[in-house]
Design a protein around this ligand. Structure first.
Ligand code: FE2
Length: 284
């Protein structure tokens, strides 16, 4: 059977899957993207890392105003492609302690607008269709490529994405693409089934060139309820903006590359006091 035909007869997200997503707050769709598709994005990602000159931002990470400048570099990344290092990948003078291609934790957050390959990848038919199924007239809020480097890939504490990307009408939705296999060993995602039914626990509020955390509920998440989402390359994990999720350290010799998009309906309202500021949120 031709693949186009198969796609037509099998909806991109059937009702049962949609229902499961609403119930759990996350959903794994395996075999969503082809191996070639993932490999070509990875190739571009590695190329971007290769072209990135850490000397350019060295001063930013080595002056007295380090914390402030770090913050600004992050806060202005919504309209740019900026690189962030794994913790401890830089010494006090801003020098890399490991090779550059192993030091990058992630980069973003306007890859989908500024890089042709990332733009095509993000707007390919399957992703556009899926996004249209999840949100009406969807727009992309941000894009991010996460490396989760071998042996030094850091842990990401349990959080809700709405803490950082708050939309007023309904939570943003995360699309997490496994560009490489994500396993227990290399730090796959973990999530709490149904955890999105709890309220938002905190919000990061932007104030000029800094941020503060507003806490609504300081009770810790019940991490015993977490289940691992081990997925092969080409899978996509859908994440409700309120779904509590995390990932552990990567102590393995293998990286765990992932690409994420956050989307919402065009008629939703992205809070003005989110850290991320962007002139336009582009669609598919
Ligand atoms: Fe997240």
């Amino acid at each position: 059977m031709h693949s186009e035909l198969r796609e037509n007869t099998h909806p991109i997200l059937n009702d049962l899957q949609h229902q499961q997503f609403k119930q759990d707050g996350f959903l794994v769709l395996k075999d969503f993207l082809s191996k070639e598709n993932c490999e070509s994005l990875k190739e571009e990602a590695l190329q971007l890392i290769d072209e990135f000159n850490p000397e350019k931002i060295k001063t930013m990470f080595s002056t007295k105003n380090q914390v402030h400048r770090n913050k600004k570099y992050f806060l202005d990344s919504g309209e740019d492609i900026r690189f962030f290092f794994e913790e401890n990948a830089l010494d006090a003078e801003g020098n890399l302690t490991v090779e550059k291609n192993l030091a990058i934790n992630k980069f973003g957050h306007a890859l989908h607008d500024l890089n042709a390959i990332f733009s095509c990848f993000s707007r390919q038919e399957k992703i556009a269709k899926l996004s249209n199924k999840l949100a009406s007239d969807p727009v992309i809020i941000q894009s991010m490529y996460i490396c989760k480097q071998p042996r030094i890939g850091g842990e990401v504490n349990c959080h809700q994405d709405a803490t950082y990307l708050f939309a007023e009408k309904e939570p943003v939705i995360g699309l997490w693409f496994a560009i490489e296999d994500a396993t227990l060993e290399n730090g796959c995602l973990w999530a709490i089934p149904g955890g999105h039914k709890e309220k938002l626990k905190s919000r990061m509020i932007r104030e000029e060139d800094t941020t503060r955390l507003e806490i609504y509920d300081d009770a810790p998440w019940d991490l015993n309820k977490m289940i691992p989402l081990e997925v092969p390359q080409g899978s996509v994990i859908l994440l409700d903006g309120l779904a509590p999720h995390m990932s552990k350290e990567n102590k393995s010799p293998r990286s765990r590359h992932a690409y994420t998009l956050h989307i919402m309906s065009r008629n939703n309202k992205f809070a003005e006091n989110n850290w991320l500021r962007k002139q336009n949120y582009t669609g598919f």
